[in-house]
Design a protein around this ligand. Structure first.
Ligand code: ATP
Ligand code: MG
Length: 411
């Protein structure tokens, strides 16, 4: 026997019922973004490796160990995109979008790739919905973005939602805090997990993200950046909170919140669901990245955005598979197959969901199939060129004038 193949580890097929649930989520998002004036922007599935190394940050888990990187025939190092923001900022610069009226508001939807240990809600190819606002440092932007994600998750009916919010200040105010945190961590080095200890110099804030119990205890007492903000950062953060308060968006202030990407400044946030496992409970998150555009070669430009994981949203929703639904099933004895085929084409052309037998079933078998497909009505063609229509719910049956089939079946 020849080798049987499986989808690569950490990837999955999207089967039709699942595709329908995704499509429904997509449509809710598209509608929300249209109302808020966001345009669609899609970037390629791979980019120059250097873009992510610089844009996401060398000290991050993503760049350290999660990227799918390869060398192409021209000896260029390319990487399957692990996240959206760096590439969207690259596109903003490349297309001179700083010359457009600011800010530029965009959203995107598509696959992303990270080499992680697969588990529920954690895959090697997954999908993100992403929103970015580039070119304004107003706290209105932070609040609008947070409220969009809040609206989306609530609108979809995600249970047990929790929004955590904090501020990381600016690189200047963070430098002094970093030193303070490094000293705090070094004094407690023996209690820290090895991977945290190794990165005290490079990225001490990552210690807050550790899942290790002893490390978590140490971090519970650690000094917090949100308590060390300078005046402008503190005012910016107070304004964001006040806008959310006025809008009635509930959140928890959480000074231990840091994000897995180096480029964040000021506001950071994450939405979680109680319906998900602790290991993959975050539905989406984001924040402000006022230094990113400049860091990848553009003019100094503020920005803010978020990304939400589609698989985690669907997992938290745990909605039932949608029922199949057809308007009409056209049944016919086998020798009338061509007429059934023509009628189905005519009905589909008129906008009806029409189906026919494709498996040589008997008439009785065809009526069973009509039922399975959730057809509201069945048209039954006979050998004399006549037809009847049956209401599949009531079982009532009457003659159908085939010259007026579309009109009668559209009712
Ligand atoms: P986590 O802490 O769970 O690893 P993260 O901070 O790495 O998340 P982000 O980079 O903020 O995640 O990505 C935004 C969202 O994308 C996450 O909140 C999550 O819903 C989703 N996501 C991230 N990585 C994966 C993955 N490997 N599989 C499925 N969804 C993912
Ligand atoms: Mg991660």
């Amino acid at each position: 026997m020849s080798k049987r193949f499986q989808a690569p580890r950490g990837t999955f097929d999207i089967l039709p019922a699942e595709a329908e649930r995704r499509e429904a989520t997509y449509l809710v998002a598209a509608e929300l973004f249209a109302r808020a004036g966001y345009g669609r922007l899609e970037t390629p599935a791979f980019e120059d490796t250097e873009l992510f190394a610089r844009g996401v940050g060398e000290g991050t888990d993503i760049v350290h160990k999660e990227m799918f990187t390869f060398t192409d025939q021209g000896d260029r190092s390319l990487t399957l995109r692990p996240e959206a923001t760096a590439a969207i900022c690259r596109a903003y610069i490349e297309h001179g979008m700083h010359r457009l009226p600011q800010p530029v508001k965009v959203w995107s939807w598509g696959p992303y790739f990270r080499h992680e240990r697969p588990q529920a809600g954690r895959y090697r190819q997954f999908h993100q919905l992403d929103a970015e606002v580039i070119g304004s440092d107003s706290p209105l932007v932070d609040a609008e973005l947070i409220m969009l994600l809040d609206d989306l998750l609530r609108g979809l009916g995600v249970p047990g939602l929790r929004l955590r919010l904090s501020s990381l200040g600016t690189p200047a105010s963070r430098a002094a805090y970093r030193e303070e945190l490094r000293a705090y961590l070094r004094a407690r080095e023996g209690k820290l997990a090895p991977e945290v200890r190794e990165r005290i110099s490079e990225n001490p804030l990552r210690a807050f993200d550790s899942k290790d119990q002893a490390t978590r205890e140490v971090m519970g007492e650690a000094p917090l950046m949100v308590e060390r903000l300078d005046q402008p950062d503190a005012e910016h953060f107070a304004e964001v909170r006040s806008l959310l308060d006025q809008a009635g968006v509930p959140y928890v202030l959480d000074g231990t919140l840091v994000r897995g990407l180096d480029y964040y400044t000021r506001t950071v946030f994450e939405f979680e669901s109680e319906a998900l496992d602790a290991q993959a409970a975050t539905l989406g998150g984001g924040g402000r990245y006022d230094g990113l555009v400049e860091a990848i070669g553009g003019p100094a430009t503020p920005g803010c955005g978020w990304a939400a994981g589609i698989e985690r949203i669907l997992l938290a929703l745990d909605a039932p598979e949608p029922e199949p639904l057809a308007d009409v099933f056209v049944a016919a004895p086998s020798e009338q197959g061509a007429r059934a085929f023509a009628l189905v084409q005519e009905l589909r052309g008129a906008g009806l969901r029409a189906e026919l037998d494709l498996a040589g079933r008997s008439l009785k078998g065809q009526m069973k199939q009509a039922d399975r497909l959730g057809a509201r009505r069945a048209v039954i063609l006979d050998d004399e060129g006549k037809a009847e229509v049956r209401d599949m719910t009531s079982g009532e049956q009457e003659e159908l004038d085939l010259a007026r089939a579309v009109e009668a079946l559209s009712r």
